[in-house]
Design a protein around this ligand. Structure first.
Ligand SMILES: *[C@@H]1O[C@H](CO)[C@@H](O)[C@H](O)[C@H]1NC(C)=O
Length: 141
């Protein structure tokens, strides 16, 4: 896994301006209410079928324990982040490039940034793009 990530960092410099898609997220924070659920929006532009792509959601500095990892048409059980176990799902619409995730039963410690990364492998070539979504958590008073 480490080797693969290192390769991705290197490959980034080669695909400037040549990417088949870019990842789009809201520029403003998403607000969630403690104990309820929220959707962290993320999609790709132009609209492409992302069913065969790889989707990785992780928090900054926690790339090795993603909160969600989709690959080979399914959500991988491992690796996963215990904090988010059983609380995160893709909302669907991957065929329309929608890779948003739903986070349930929001906790205070969920507040912060989330990175949405989409990766495409095609004939041995690999592209990816990623963007950061910020989640604010509001309590009930
Ligand atoms: C992705 O799906 C969610 C939930 O259905 C929706 O709210 C959102 O607008 C969709 N995003 C795009 C870019 O289609």
């Amino acid at each position: 896994m480490l080797v693969r990530w290192a390769w991705l960092v290197v490959s980034l410099s080669f695909c400037d301006g040549n990417d088949p898609f870019s990842v789009v997220v809201p520029r403003v924070p998403v607000y969630g209410l403690l104990g309820s659920s929220v959707t962290l929006p993320c999609s790709i532009s132009p609209t492409l079928n992302a069913v065969n792509f790889e989707v990785l959601w992780f928090r900054p500095q926690e790339g090795h324990t993603p909160i969600l990892f989709y690959q080979d048409l399914e959500i991988r059980e491992n690796p996963r982040n215990p904090q988010f176990q059983g609380r995160v799902s893709l909302i669907g619409g991957l065929d329309k490039g929608n890779v948003s995730v739903k986070l349930e039963n929001i906790r205070l410690e969920d507040k912060g940034e989330y990175i949405c990364r989409v990766e495409k492998t095609d004939e041995g070539e690999e592209w990816y793009d990623e963007a950061t979504v910020s989640l604010q958590v509001n309590g009930k008073y």
